[in-house]
Design a protein around this ligand. Structure first.
Ligand SMILES: Nc1nc2c(ncn2[C@@H]2O[C@H](COP(=O)(O)OP(=O)(O)O)[C@@H](O)[C@H]2O)c(=O)[nH]1
Ligand SMILES: [Mg+2]
Length: 463
């Protein structure tokens, strides 16, 4: 009798616990979001069969039974293309999944055994896990809400370094042919805006990250809409405010100003209100190694982009985020991806480098009492650690295949443990070769520390 009561009591507790988690994955383009989510779904689907998830407590204790896909709750959001990604990885030769360019979502139902005292297993329970993938570029737009068109315009044009300026020059020359009070034809506006978007894309291609507005790079369903047809206006500043404000509604200045406001109200705000606000947990992926490979100006630019991006997680009482949207993320992970590009002895440095890259935001998060942890991981491990002998000494190396299939045995170099000094860049001691993924078989995808990230992001929900 007594035994039965305890059992029912336990059932009640189980039902009362929150059994739902909205986990969001973000990062700038090419940071590794698609690879991460594909691997995450794959690992969970193989849990209890052949996945290697020793650092995920519920898996280690053999309580995690498996995961199933169920239909997603938001019918207006594209489904995360898991099957398509797996098809690419299973192809011969295997290929990295196609890049995705907007927000997508997938719902999993996890089954697991709850934990009782003294290691006894409890009942079977389910956790509904909503996974959301969205471009980090969209978060670069948060500060845009603090500006009006004029101050935004000035800030955009002032902040460019020489290499970055190079990509904006042709566009600037084209705009310089027009004045702020001129009535510019709709088609010409569209042209100038397209030219501006193009200059952002070129800068992006050349390795820059700190680019605004974010939707110009990843327009999603807004491709071609007039709301994306504005740009900063060179040659005017705060001193001209009064004169500019007095211009007629048809003037170039007023038209751009109106569109900028529309972009704030109908693009930036709705994303935070309808999506961001509802996330419970977040992982931010960063391609630290890619930036190291790209040199000092790109690396510094990534650092600024990350500082901007992380402002969306600034929950200080007086932060813009809290004032506008009262978000609820209660735990955050930041991860340096593609760790399989360096030898395992460099992984600890990769984490400390990431931590120093994000030192300020991490401090703010801790102050605001949002737990945050840094990781290095490989969602889909494409290399194997090896050792080679050179000059009679043993040296760590990586074995893998290049994108066109040729076998490689390389030592990519040392990862600096903190922000690199000028000396590091002079030596250029880092060479990053892209690898193609290993052939995917029927077993779970090979990874590095996906399980550690999972434990941090959802382990407490699987008790
Ligand atoms: N070696 C290795 N490469 C990776 C890994 N994850 C991503 N990549 C590489 O980075 C590219 C971009 O990754 P993707 O997930 O598409 O980035 P997204 O734009 O953030 O979704 C991929 O095409 C791969 O070349 C990984 O775990 N290991
Ligand atoms: Mg993607």
């Amino acid at each position: 009798m007594r035994r039965q009561l305890t059992h029912e009591f336990q059932n009640l507790i189980d039902r009362g616990r929150d059994r739902q988690l909205r986990l969001a994955v973000t990062g700038l383009s090419r940071a590794g979001k698609t690879a991460f989510l594909t691997s995450l779904v794959n690992q969970l689907r193989h849990a209890g069969i052949d996945a290697r998830l020793d650092l995920l407590k519920s898996a280690r204790e053999e309580r995690l039974l498996g995961a199933q896909r169920v239909s997603q709750p938001d019918l207006g959001i594209p489904r995360f293309p898991y099957d398509e990604a797996m098809t690419s990885l299973e192809a011969s030769p295997p290929q990295w999944p196609e890049p995705t360019r907007g927000i997508s979502e997938l719902r999993l139902q996890l089954r697991y055994k709850t934990r009782r005292a003294r290691g006894l297993l409890g009942d079977t329970a389910t956790l509904t896990l909503d996974l959301i993938d969205y471009p980090g570029e969209w978060l670069l737009d948060l500060p845009l809400l603090e500006h009006d068109f004029l101050s935004w315009s000035e800030a955009q044009l002032k902040g460019m370094g020489p290499a970055r300026q190079q990509y904006a020059q042709a566009w600037q020359d084209a705009v310089a042919k027009h004045s702020a009070d001129e009535t510019v034809e709709e088609s010409r506006l569209a042209e100038l805006a397209a030219h501006y978007a193009d200059s952002l894309r070129q800068a992006r291609e050349a390795g820059f990250s700190h680019l605004q507005p974010g939707r110009f790079l990843l327009p999603g369903e807004l491709q071609g809409a007039p709301v994306l047809q504005f740009f900063p206006l060179p040659g005017v500043g705060e001193d001209d405010r009064q004169a500019l404000e007095a211009l007629p509604a048809s003037s170039l200045y007023q038209v751009l100003k109106k569109r900028f406001r529309f972009y704030q109200q109908h693009v930036v705000k709705p994303f935070y209100r309808e999506h961001f606000r509802r996330f419970d947990r977040q992982i931010v992926l960063v391609d630290v190694l890619g930036a190291l490979n790209a040199g000092p100006e790109r690396f510094e630019d990534l650092s600024q982009a990350l500082a901007t991006l992380m402002r969306s997680f600034d929950y200080g009482k007086r932060s813009l985020m809290n004032r506008l949207f009262s978000p609820r993320i209660d735990r955050l992970a930041i991860a340096a991806t593609k760790a399989d590009h360096v030898t395992p002895d460099q992984h600890a440095n990769l984490v400390t480098l990431l931590e120093s890259l994000l030192a300020e935001p991490i401090k703010d998060l801790r102050f605001a009492n949002v737990p945050v942890r840094a990781f290095s991981l490989a969602s889909i491990r494409a290399t194997e650690p090896r050792e080679v002998e050179s000059d009679g000494k043993r040296q760590a190396a990586l074995r893998g295949h290049g994108l066109d299939g040729e076998p490689l045995l390389v030592y990519p170099g040392d990862v600096p443990a903190k922000l690199p000094e000028p000396e590091f860049w002079r030596r250029q001691g880092f060479a990053f070769t892209p690898f193609r993924p290993a052939a995917a078989g029927p077993a779970a995808l090979p990874h590095i520390r996906m399980d550690a990230a999972l434990e941090w992001l959802m382990g407490d929900k699987l008790r």
